[in-house]
Design a protein around this ligand. Structure first.
Ligand code: COA
Ligand code: AMP
Length: 660
């Protein structure tokens, strides 16, 4: 049996994976209808997929279900109410607590009552802006309980980004907190929410505040305006518990915004039925997790990894999830992750390569891991950015468990390629995120959309439509953007925006983005958004932002700006002001620290900024000067800035060759 249509001559590598993958592609209807048995339905689907057209389809079109029932109630009804659902570990406050499935049911049902009492009905949006505390999980599940659509915003975004998301999703309610904790500071959420509300469209009627008693500031301080502020605890005490409301499988489960090439984030929409089925299946198939196992995704609920693998998937599978408020290093040291693994008997850990690099920088010999008994750890999964082979070998040698790279995106919600250890652990090839997951028909296409079938040849990675259950359905409020951003480039396919190749054994290698998205510490940041922010600064005429290599974070944003005529200001003061401006408008998560001032940006004769050339120079790479360059001397200014990474040898003579 061949394992991949891309490579029909590939040898039979393994029976189990190949058989399952093949079945998922040749008969998706039966494959996913069988998978639907993994969850409970209020009305069982009779069909897996209905295709309206080549580009439109629905998973489980006649099914009805409730995700919060599947993630919580059904485990209680099956007699597992005493099992731990959530372990909360705050390395920031020293708090450690457990919430059983029965307790979670009580909290979720009551908080659903709070939302109802605030006027939230099926289909209404609720914006959740919370740090890593159990209330984040409870409020997400409470939305699912009543068919409300949540939109979680990562705490590291500033008021302006929050306002953009409020305007786009028009939520009735915001759920937030008084304070979040970062190593060097307390994050005051309420003033940020207040500023965002003032700058947005007025859809929000109620703000519910989970008061943490960490800092002054509570719901009471904001009473009296048009927006009603409620204290979480008081509201929960008064609320009537609400039973799960069955919704159509096609009903939107949530919106999660992600960066695109422009400054406007895209609201990725996922449906309810496909999401619940696919995530439940992934826990067994990809991660090898069974009910009662402890699974820890060291991410943040504000990212897709947190949505899927802190909140939904582990609970749908009846496992125990860990919500960790802390960092891999500095809270208090580089042994923090291993302390958590030992303390709770974590079986599978999922994090981003940048977290490993930060541990390695502090503790190259992995002494932190030796201090703890981490024998419960059966696998370490990594995603969010490319796993460099050095970090892979370091972790693989030091941790004595398989280190598994898997590739996915906010849009897909679960892995596109992975080593499916729950089916069988395939041989690892460093640099590869292994093989397409069941349900994924992956192709490599050249710029014209012609399939590249030769192994090892890089091209655009595309997925043949229809996309598997759980992947995005549309872009919130902009179905045309779904088509133009993802489906138009290669008709009949979803364009991933990543380039890569498949080797002769069917292993997939992801090489990088084909667009202007920068991956900073596993977070997607739009170069366009930073350019817009810099462009708003009073001193700036033009800005170009590129993603340069960074030893710790994989990449970081680097801005090059020109100034308006007549601006005279000390360079370092202006740089500080520009960095502060980006932090103020986008948020600390952009981690924007590098900006250089030049007299002119390198451009083509038609006026297109040569971003790739700028990046190559700053990364110390060989550069082919485009033949269409307007003025070659503009590159000398970039060369004069020196390499972005001080460890890179910069010859200054790299700009030598003219591309034909
Ligand atoms: N709320 C408010 N601010 C936040 C925040 C949050 N939830 N998360 C991060 N920030 C802030 C940080 O405090 C920092 O601010 P500062 O400039 O005042 O120091 C800034 O955003 C950048 O944060 P970060 O990228 O996390 O850098 P760091 O230097 O604080 O930490 C790492 C570096 C490697 C430890 C950290 O990036 C990390 O843990 N990465 C793991 C990545 C991950 O989980 N990715 C999820 C995808 S799988
Ligand atoms: P996000 O939507 O923020 O999760 O970012 C998705 C992007 O991160 C992908 O399109 C890739 O560019 C990158 N990415 C995620 N996982 C991997 C991986 N395992 N290897 C290489 N790149 C990855």
């Amino acid at each position: 049996m061949t394992i991949h249509s891309l490579n029909p001559n590939a040898p039979v590598r393994t029976d189990a994976y190949a058989e399952i993958w093949q079945r998922s592609i040749t008969n998706p209807e039966q494959f996913w209808l069988d998978s639907a048995e993994l969850i409970d339905w209020d009305r069982k689907p009779t069909r897996a997929i209905h295709r309206h057209s080549d580009t439109e389809w629905e998973w489980f079109p006649d099914g009805m279900l409730n995700t919060s029932y599947n993630a919580v109630d059904r485990h209680v009804l099956a007699g597992h109410g005493d099992r731990t659902a959530i372990i909360y570990d705050s390395a920031m406050t020293g708090t450690q607590s457990r919430i059983s499935y029965a307790e979670l049911q009580e909290h979720v049902a009551r908080f659903a009552g709070v939302l109802r009492a605030s006027g939230v009905e099926k289909g209404d949006r609720v914006l959740i802006y919370l740090p890593m505390i159990p209330e984040a999980i409870i409020s997400m599940l409470a939305c699912a309980r009543i068919g409300a659509i949540h939109s979680v915003v990562f705490g590291g975004f500033a008021a302006n980004e929050l306002a953009v998301r409020i305007d786009d999703a028009s939520p009735k309610v915001i759920v937030t907190t008084s304070g979040g904790l970062e190593p060097k500071r307390v994050v005051e959420y309420l003033p940020i929410v207040d500023r965002a509300l003032k700058a947005s469209n007025g859809s929000v009627q109620t703000v519910i505040v989970a008061d943490r008693d960490l800092i002054p500031g509570s719901a009471a301080d904001y009473q009296g305006g048009e927006v009603r502020y409620l204290d979480w605890k008081e509201a929960e005490q008064q609320a009537e518990p609400v039973a799960p409301v069955p919704v159509e499988a096609t009903h939107p489960a949530y919106i999660l915004y992600t960066s695109g090439t422009t400054g406007n984030p895209k609201g990725i929409v996922r449906d309810t039925g496909g999401h619940a089925v696919a995530l439940t299946r992934s826990m067994g198939q990809i991660y090898g997790i069974k009910p009662g196992d402890v699974f820890w995704s060291a991410s943040d609920v504000g990212w897709v990894v947190g949505h899927s693998y802190i909140v939904y998937a582990p609970l749908l599978a009846g496992a125990t999830t860990v919500i960790y408020e802390g960092k891999p290093v500095g809270t208090p040291d580089a042994g923090a992750f291993f302390r958590v693994v030992e303390q709770y008997g974590v079986k599978v850990l999922f994090t981003a390569p940048t977290a490993l690099r930060s541990i390695r920088r502090e503790d190259p010999e992995l002494e932190g891991a030796d201090r703890y008994d981490i024998s419960s750890l059966e696998a370490l999964f990594l995603a969010g950015e490319r796993l460099d082979t050095e970090t892979y070998h370091w972790a693989n040698d030091g941790l004595h468990c398989p280190v598994i790279d898997h590739w996915w995106q906010t849009e897909t919600g679960w892995a596109i390629t992975a080593n499916p250890r729950g089916i069988e652990l395939l041989e690892t090839k460093p640099g590869s995120s292994t093989v397409p997951c069941p349900g994924v028909d992956l192709r490599i296409l050249d710029a014209d959309g012609t399939e590249i079938t030769e192994p090892g040849v890089e091209g655009n990675i595309a997925l043949k439509l229809p996309l598997p259950p759980g992947y995005l359905k549309t872009v919130w409020g902009a179905p045309e953007r779904f088509h133009s951003s993802y489906l138009a480039e290669f008709p009949g396919h979803y364009s991933t925006g990543d380039s890569g190749y498949v080797d002769k054994d069917g292993y997939v290698f992801i090489m990088g983005r084909t667009d202007d998205v920068i991956n900073v510490a596993g977070h997607r940041i739009s170069a366009g958004a930073i350019e817009e922010s810099l462009g708003q600064h009073e001193a700036v005429a033009e800005a170009a932002v590129v993603g340069v290599r960074d030893n710790l974070k994989g990449h970081r944003a680097y801005g090059v700006v020109t100034l308006k005529h007549g601006v005279e200001v000390a360079e370092d003061a202006l740089q500080r002001s520009l960095i502060a401006h980006v932090r103020e408008t986008i948020g600390p998560v952009a981690a924007f620290r590098d900006v250089a001032i030049v007299s002119r940006l390198p451009k083509t004769r038609s006026g297109k900024v040569l971003r790739k050339t700028i990046r190559q120079i700053l990364d110390g790479e060989d550069v082919k000067v485009p033949a269409t360059i307007e003025d070659r001397s503009t590159l000398d200014e970039i060369v004069a800035l020196g390499p972005a990474d001080p460890d890179v040898a910069h010859t200054g003579a790299i700009v030598t060759q003219i591309a034909s």
